[in-house]
Design a protein around this ligand. Structure first.
Ligand code: SAH
Length: 468
């Protein structure tokens, strides 16, 4: 049906095949057909492939920012870099208003979007808690009422960026004690923004020695060789529970192999967006890869091979949920002087034992640990570590729901009380990456926080009644 002398038709055909070719290339790079089509509609079929790649990445980042509710400063930076015109202006205006409301950032002078979610509980910037090694800034003094000081001491942890008002609610349930927000980035080579509510003294803390590696190159000097100069990261983002697919890392390698050296800015930006989002590191020429579980163990302060013995997916999952040991150890270090003969610990949501590994590394003997953890893989990891390193008594309970007050009472009689009630309840309904179930503390998983509160209150009142 074609008529070769119909030049309009030929133009149309040429444009269509050019369009198909571009869609094909984008699909081969790992984008979906739908994303490719939308980029062509936005930029035109004659746009250069790099421009199209940039456009798809920008819209992914935009979606990502919205879904994560600006949950991470690097994402925020990327939003500002990628959004054009109106959206950028609107975000800037919102951030300006918020900074004003919080008094221009009394905790630090660098303007940031930190705290944009937390009207009633702004996050400090820098996020170094009440104090941190190497940050001598204005140190905080705090007064706890006699009723709130230990024993028992308690230590509760959750993600810093919970939906608006959630930390205020957590604090209300934990004796109105001010949360200590820390980004572990200030202590080690990976970010981890967490809030901690505890009644531990905050003076005379001491860090674990040797201090953990502070930068990516300190942690992994052998990757320096492959690290391109245009990747200026010094720290990794928060270690997550899942890692990038081989499809993505292949796509990045192909894009780089077919680019000049250094690659064009648009390719650099696309690659960097993915590297930051997925914490990819340079393990070969043009070759990025996710961290191996043992590398995550190192960054989080666990012994090498701590999680070995369960499947790789389980290792990533449990590491992604765990404490950063050096950070928690810094806070717990004050217990060493108070309990020279060791501690009796009620460990709720033990996971892979970040709290216990911290106590052990501090040289604090655990006389007893009642460990409450439901995950089979985490239990296995924790038990195996315990058997290799500890001499105290370990009692394991699967579900926090089955730890009734009666059972707690009988443990208190048996062991004479607890010195520390420690735990970080699941963050599934609080964390930014889970947009479908981000229904706050009342969400199915996060509501387990109230079991922490129930058990802590019961321990406190029972021990006060018995003057332990
Ligand atoms: N602080 C821990 C990790 C806490 S993550 C660490 O350092 O590894 C929250 C943990 O709560 C997860 O390990 C999850 O398996 C556990 N959990 C979830 N529901 C539970 C329940 N009903 N009872 C006990 N533990 C539960």
């Amino acid at each position: 049906e074609s008529s070769s002398d119909d030049s309009g038709y030929e133009d149309f055909m040429r444009e269509m095949s050019e369009r198909d070719e571009k869609i094909n290339s984008l699909v081969n790079m790992g984008f979906s057909e739908d994303e490719a089509n939308r980029a062509i509609i936005r930029c035109g079929a004659d746009a250069d492939i790099c421009v199209l790649v940039d456009s798809v990445s920008a819209s992914r980042v935009a979606e990502d920012c919205h879904s994560r509710n600006l949950s991470d400063h690097q994402v925020t930076d990327r939003c500002f870099n990628s959004f054009g015109g109106r959206k950028k202006a609107r975000l800037m205006e919102e951030s300006r208003k918020k900074r004003k409301r919080y008094g221009g950032g009394g905790q630090g002078n660098r303007p940031s979007l930190d705290g944009s979610d937390e009207e009633s509980m702004p996050l400090p910037n820098p996020m170094v808690g009440f104090n941190l090694p190497g940050y001598s800034g204005s140190s905080v003094t705090r007064m706890l009422s006699k009723l709130d000081t230990g024993p028992p001491f308690f230590y509760y942890e959750n993600v810093a960026r919970a939906p608006k008002g959630e930390w205020a609610k957590i604090s209300r349930n934990l004796f109105d004690i001010q949360p200590e927000f820390v980004d572990s980035l200030h202590l080690c080579a990976a970010a981890r923004k967490r809030g901690y509510i505890h009644n531990l003294p905050i003076e005379n803390r001491s860090p674990l020695l040797p201090l953990p590696p502070k930068t990516i190159f300190e942690a992994f000097p052998h990757y320096k060789k492959w690290w391109p100069s245009w990747d200026t990261r010094t720290h990794l983002n928060c270690l997550q529970t899942c890692v990038a697919s081989a499809k993505l890392t292949d796509r990045i390698q192909r894009a780089l192999v077919s680019s000049s050296n250094p690659p064009p800015k648009s390719v650099q930006k696309d690659v960097m967006d993915e590297c930051k989002k997925w914490n990819l590191i340079w393990v070969g020429k043009n070759k990025v890869a996710p961290l191996e579980p043992h590398e995550m163990e190192l960054l989080l302060g666990f012994p090498r091979d701590h999680t070995r013995g369960v499947g790789k997916t389980q290792r990533y999952k449990s590491l992604g949920n765990s404490f950063q040991v050096d950070t928690v150890a810094y806070h717990l270090s004050v217990l060493r002087r108070m309990f020279p003969n060791g501690v009796r610990v009620l460990s709720l949501f033990t996971g892979i034992g970040g709290g216990e590994v911290a106590l052990h590394k501090l040289g604090i003997h655990m006389r007893v640990v009642i460990s409450v953890e439901i995950g089979e893989a985490s239990k296995k990891i924790f038990r195996s570590w315990w058997d290799q390193t500890q001499t105290g008594t370990l009692i394991e309970i699967d579900d926090v729901k089955s730890l009734t007050n009666d059972r707690v009472a009988s443990f208190i009689s048996q062991f004479g009380g607890f010195d520390l009630v420690i735990g970080g309840s699941p963050c599934n309904n609080l964390a930014g990456s889970n947009r479908h179930h981000r229904d706050g503390l009342e969400g199915k998983h996060s509501a387990l926080f109230y079991d922490y509160v129930r058990i802590l209150n019961f321990v406190k009142s029972t021990m006060a009644g018995r003057r332990m």
